[in-house]
Design a protein around this ligand. Structure first.
Ligand SMILES: C[S@@+](CC[C@H](N)C(=O)[O-])C[C@H]1O[C@@H](n2cnc3c(N)ncnc32)[C@H](O)[C@@H]1O
Length: 275
C-alpha cells in the first residue's frame, strides 16, 4: 500500500519516536502521564484501557485486532489482562519489534501476533476477529472510511470495536480551525464526522464518551512531568527540541481549553454482514 509523502514522513518520525520512547526518562514521563508501563505514543491512560477491556468484553476466547498498535500499548495490556489472543498491526517496524520483545518477556508470545501492514488494506481474507481496537489512529491517517470498512470486513458479525480519536470541533472560524490543525496529529482533518463515517461503513454506535476533559488532564500532567525531568530531557533531546516541545504542549492545551478540539471514545458493533 503506497503512502503519500506526508504519511511516509509520519512513519519515519514514528520509527524514531518508538526507539527514543524506550529511554528511561521518556518511560518515566509516559508512566506519570498515562500510568501504562508500556512504550506508548497515544493518549490512552490505564483507566481508559480498563474501560476498553470492559467495553470489548475480552476474555481468553477473544481474538483482538489492534491496528496502529505502535509498541504494543494498549494491545498487549488488553491481552495480558484478559488472556485473549491479540494481533498487533502497524506500519513502523521499530514499534512492532519492541512489542514482540515485550510479549516474549511477558511470556505471552503464544497469544501475540505482530504484523507489519497498512490498515487501509488488512491482510486477512475472512472475518477473523471478535474485537478490534485502535487508539488515536484515525487522526493519524488519511483514509479513515477505508480503514473503518476494513475493520468491518475482518470482524465477526457479533464482534465489537472500540476506538479513541481526536477531532476538530465543527463550525469553527477559519482562524480557529487553523489553530486547531496546528496542534493536532497530522491527519486530524476529515470532511465527514465520525458518526456519519461509522454509519457509512457498516457500524452502529453502542456507547460514546467525550473524553476531552481527561485529555486536558493528561496534557497538564505531561507538562508537569517534562518540567520535573527537564534536565534529563535536555540531555536526551537537546535544548532546542526541549524548548520547542514545551511550546507545543502549551499551544495544544490552549487550543483544547478554547474548545477547538475534542477527544472521543466510540464503541460500535457491525450493522450486518457485508460482502
Ligand atoms: C497515536 S499512535 C498510537 C500507537 C499506539 N497504539 C499507542 O497507543 O502508543 C498511531 C499509530 O497509528 C499508526 N498508523 C497510522 N496510519 C496507519 C495505517 N494506515 N495502518 C496502520 N497503522 C497506521 C501509526 O504508525 C502509529 O503507530
Amino acid at each position: 500500500m503506497k503512502q503519500s509523502d506526508k504519511e511516509r514522513a509520519q512513519t519515519e518520525r514514528l520509527e524514531n519516536d518508538y526507539e527514543v520512547a524506550q529511554s528511561p526518562v521518556i518511560q518515566k514521563i509516559t508512566n506519570k502521564v498515562c500510568g501504562c508501563g508500556y512504550v506508548g505514543s497515544s493518549w490512552t491512560t490505564q483507566s481508559e484501557a480498563k474501560k476498553i477491556l470492559k467495553y470489548l468484553k475480552l476474555n481468553e476466547n477473544s481474538t483482538l485486532l489492534e491496528i496502529g498498535a505502535g509498541a504494543g500499548w494498549p494491545g498487549l495490556y488488553l491481552a495480558k489482562q484478559s488472556g485473549c489472543h491479540v494481533t498487533l498491526l502497524d506500519i513502523p517496524v521499530t514499534g512492532l519489534e519492541i512489542a514482540k520483545k515485550r510479549a516474549q518477556n511477558d511470556r505471552m508470545s503464544d497469544r501475540v501476533i505482530v504484523l507489519a501492514g497498512n490498515a487501509v488494506s488488512l491482510p486477512f481474507y475472512i472475518p477473523s476477529f471478535s474485537a478490534v481496537s485502535h487508539s488515536d489512529v484515525l487522526c493519524c491517517l488519511i483514509k479513515k472510511q477505508e480503514v473503518l470498512k476494513e475493520c468491518r470486513r475482518v470482524i465477526h458479525s457479533s464482534g465489537l470495536m472500540a476506538f479513541t480519536v481526536i477531532s476538530i470541533q465543527p463550525d469553527l472560524s477559519d482562524q480557529d480551525r487553523k489553530q486547531a490543525i496546528q496542534v493536532s496529529p497530522d491527519f486530524v482533518e476529515s470532511e465527514v464526522d465520525y458518526r456519519t463515517m461509522l454509519e457509512n461503513t457498516g457500524w452502529t454506535l453502542i456507547s460514546y464518551e467525550d473524553i476531552t476533559e481527561e485529555f486536558k488532564i493528561s496534557c497538564q500532567r505531561m507538562m508537569l512531568a517534562e518540567e520535573e525531568l527537564e534536565e534529563d530531557l535536555r540531555d536526551l533531546k537537546g535544548s532546542m527540541e526541549f524548548e520547542e516541545g514545551k511550546v507545543a504542549w502549551e499551544l495544544k492545551l490552549k487550543a483544547f481549553n478554547k474548545g477547538l478540539l475534542r477527544r472521543e471514545l466510540f464503541v460500535v458493533k457491525p450493522i450486518k454482514y457485508q460482502n
